[in-house]
Write a protein that binds this ligand. Structure first.
Ligand SMILES: Nc1ncnc2c1ncn2[C@@H]1O[C@H](COP(=O)(O)OP(=O)(O)OP(=O)(O)O)[C@@H](O)[C@H]1O
Ligand SMILES: [Mg+2]
Length: 445
């Protein structure tokens, strides 16, 4: 399952929660406001009716012909907001405001509040129920007031939603900065670096996780160290008794009379030599895995290469052709001992498995690409990839332990280089080629 972003989840969750709460609060506030508005409007309506009624009663009783309906003239024509009718108990109109439309009022005058489709009405009576005033207020006004209150409450939400989204995003991003730093610290680790990862100010929720990772690293490091030191120690401890036994058997062989005893002693001597070689390779592997492959300053590969090739040429009858780069020096970060071990294993293979009548080509380019090529039978593609595994050997008669390329691969990985095996070698129909691309480095000052 794809992991989801905390930032996205918190942003959406908080914003959605806030919006819902805000909407709930808005509805509550709106209901209260509406109720209060109605109360205020009603009381104003009532007040107005109560004010007009005595005046109307006075005027009507002063008339000579009280039965005549009368429109109250206005000083200036205007649109009335409140309209009123003054009627007697039978519904006969005695007085009305100039804009009043009798159709909007109840057929018979009534007291108290009532609501029609478009108006809020209030009626009051005087002179013992013979004179009624009814006053009408259009509902549109109240509705508009309620609507505007609602808008005023909802409007901030439009701004709040993006602010909340952005705010959460930024806040979570800032809070998780140390977690990102932690991730970078883990990613930046070189191969074989199992030291504790320390990042300051991790959030309290993540801190235990980092501690647990450090504990795990520590246990892993101890386990690997134990394994390596066991290998290295055993190989080292074997060295002396092996050398002593080898010397003894050599003497035994020389002293033995010509015949089967001498042949047998020679066989034992060979087995002991193989054993000594194996223990040497195990020590090399332990060293390669033990880290410390990266030196403090980059090394010039040319003299190191020339030295190892020289050494082999002495012991192998000058079969190796060395091709150096045009540059005077090629720097790369690799421990000189490790470089020597790597090179010896690869050249040893070329001498051992390459066609005896063909030279071995060793070349280094300006870009720190090292190639070791030999002739001889090709190795099938399917077998090629497994050759770098430990104790894996090809199909051949020569003796060996199958550790050489595993040692080379471990060193190459430890210094961040890359190794490719090709067969047949590039540009020819047979043979085997090992190419190693080292990381070029600046010359140290
Ligand atoms: N230059 C080469 N030409 C042809 N085959 C090779 C070459 N280098 C390695 N191989 C094949 O790869 C196999 C593994 O090589 P590797 O160096 O790991 O082990 P080894 O040489 O058999 O033993 P060791 O190096 O431990 O003494 C070899 O057995 C051989 O078959
Ligand atoms: Mg080998």
């Amino acid at each position: 399952m794809k992991s989801s972003s905390l930032q996205k989840r918190l942003g959406l969750g908080l914003t959605l929660g806030m919006t819902l709460l805000w909407l709930g609060a808005t509805v509550g506030a709106w209901l209260v406001v509406q109720h209060e508005l109605n109360e205020a409007f009603d009381s104003a309506l009532e007040e107005t009716a109560q004010r007009i009624l005595p005046l109307a009663a006075l005027e009507i009783s002063n008339r000579e012909e009280p039965r005549d309906a009368q429109h109250i003239a206005t000083l200036k024509m205007h649109k009335e907001y409140l309209t009123y009718l003054v009627r007697d108990a039978n519904g006969e109109i005695l007085m009305q405001s100039h804009d009043a439309n009798p159709k909007i009022f109840n057929k018979r005058p009534s007291e108290g509040f009532s609501t029609t489709k478009k108006y809020r009405l209030y009626g009051a009576s005087a002179m013992r129920g013979t004179l009624f005033i009814e006053i009408a207020e259009p509902l549109g006004h109240r509705r508009e007031a309620a609507r505007e209150a609602l808008f005023a409450l909802l409007l901030p939400l439009l701004a709040l939603i993006p602010i909340s989204l952005l705010g959460t995003w930024v806040f979570v991003r800032i809070s998780l900065r140390s977690v990102l730093a932690y991730r970078r610290a883990v990613e930046a680790r070189g191969v074989g670096d199992l030291s504790a990862i320390n990042v300051a100010q991790l959030p309290a929720e993540i801190d235990p996780l980092a501690d647990a990772v450090n504990h795990l690293l520590e246990r892993l490091r101890k386990a690997l160290e134990a394994e390596r030191s066991f290998t290295a120690n055993s190989a080292h401890e074997l060295r002396t008794p092996l050398a002593a036994t080898l010397a003894q058997i050599q003497r035994l062989r020389q002293e033995a009379p010509e015949g089967p005893l001498r042949v047998r002693a020679a066989k034992i001597e060979n087995s002991l030599r193989d054993l000594a070689r194996l223990s040497e390779k195990l020590m090399q592997l332990a060293k390669a895995e033990g880290g410390g492959l990266l030196p403090e300053a980059p090394q010039d590969l040319i003299p190191l290469l020339a030295h190892v090739v020289d050494e082999w040429n002495h012991s192998s009858g000058h079969r190796i052709e060395l091709q150096l780069p045009t540059q005077a020096s090629v720097y790369s970060a690799i421990d000189p001992d490790a470089f020597g071990i790597l090179l010896r294993n690869v050249i040893e293979n070329a001498l051992k498995y390459g066609a005896a009548d063909q030279p071995i080509n060793v070349s280094l380019t300006n870009q720190a690409l090292l190639r070791v090529t030999n002739g001889g039978p090709t190795v099938p593609e399917s077998a090629l990839q497994q050759l770098t595994d430990r104790f894996v050997r090809g199909n051949n008669q020569a003796s060996g332990s199958g550790l050489g390329l595993a040692i080379a691969k471990t060193i190459v990985q430890g210094v961040g280089a890359s190794m490719t095996l090709t067969s047949p070698a590039k540009g020819r129909a047979d043979g085997f080629e090992v190419s190693i691309q080292f990381c070029s480095a600046e010359a140290p000052r």
